[in-house]
Unconditional design. Structure first.
Length: 254
């Protein structure tokens, strides 16, 4: 069930209508206005990209056959751009362009509508596309929050140790992952150096990494050998890793 409280109101939704036909633009924008949406127009693909880079839009209604820059080229450009690629695109095509519309779906367009546009179908397609975008935005934001949390598990600085120099770099393959390292102050100038990797990527691996951090924090590392710590981690993680496996190194610098 979608969370209605997180959905934008129709008045706050901005839709860009890209069509070289003044008649089509007038019909579509009037229909959008009747449904309560705010819309802007672009007469061709070049103007569309200018507006997309200058203003934030929630959805694009894109005609395919236009002068200066075709709809397919606009879509290709958008999908290569990190920000514009997140904007859903609904292709507007005539019956003769149905194969081109199908190709646009493969390129990343979320849907297509045949000309002349049916107001009921148009509203349904827009609603579905915006709901999907809202869901994807929520998941993207959740991943960004998870990334911030996981990075707090990684030491902000390497320890300053006499007669030794350490360097560290952390970059997971995805927003979150199973890579982890830590420096453990054991007292009396001794430091534990821990490095681990969980098989797989994404949230499951990141979740297990968090468990590793917690287990290390509650364990009496100052009184343990590397063998004892790794055995302790293995015993406590064995039933929770599912199909993931856990590789780790732990050494003590004296």
């Amino acid at each position: 069930m979608r969370d209605e409280s997180k959905m934008k109101s129709k008045k706050s939704i901005r839709i860009l209508v890209v069509d070289d036909s003044q008649t089509n633009r007038m019909i579509i924008t009037k229909t959008l206005s009747q449904f309560g949406y705010h819309s802007e127009i672009a007469e061709n693909g070049r103007i569309a990209l200018e507006k997309l880079t200058e203003t934030s839009f929630d959805l694009v209604l894109l005609d395919l056959e236009m002068p200066e820059m075709r709809g397919e080229d606009v879509l290709t450009y958008m999908k290569k751009d990190e920000i514009l690629s997140n904007i859903p695109v609904i292709v507007i095509s005539s019956l003769e362009d149905i194969n081109k519309a199908a190709q646009c779906i493969k390129q990343g367009a979320v849907d297509y509508i045949q000309k002349p546009t049916n107001p009921i179908f148009l509203e349904a397609r827009i609603t579905t596309s915006l709901e999907k975008k809202n869901f994807q935005d929520e998941k993207r934001n959740e991943l960004l929050r998870a990334e911030k949390i996981q990075r707090k598990l990684i030491p902000a600085n390497v320890p300053s140790i006499k007669n030794a120099e350490f360097c560290a770099f952390y970059q997971p393959m995805e927003k979150v992952g199973g890579d982890f390292y830590d420096f453990i102050d054991l007292g009396s100038g001794n430091f534990g150096i821990f490095i681990s990797d969980i098989s797989g990527h994404g949230i499951p691996a990141a979740f297990i990494t968090s468990m590793v951090k917690i287990l290390i924090n509650v364990y009496e590392t100052s009184k343990s050998s590397p063998k004892m710590l790794l055995k302790y981690l293995n015993q406590n993680l064995l039933d929770f890793t599912d199909f993931n496996f856990f590789s780790a190194f732990y050494g003590i610098y004296h």
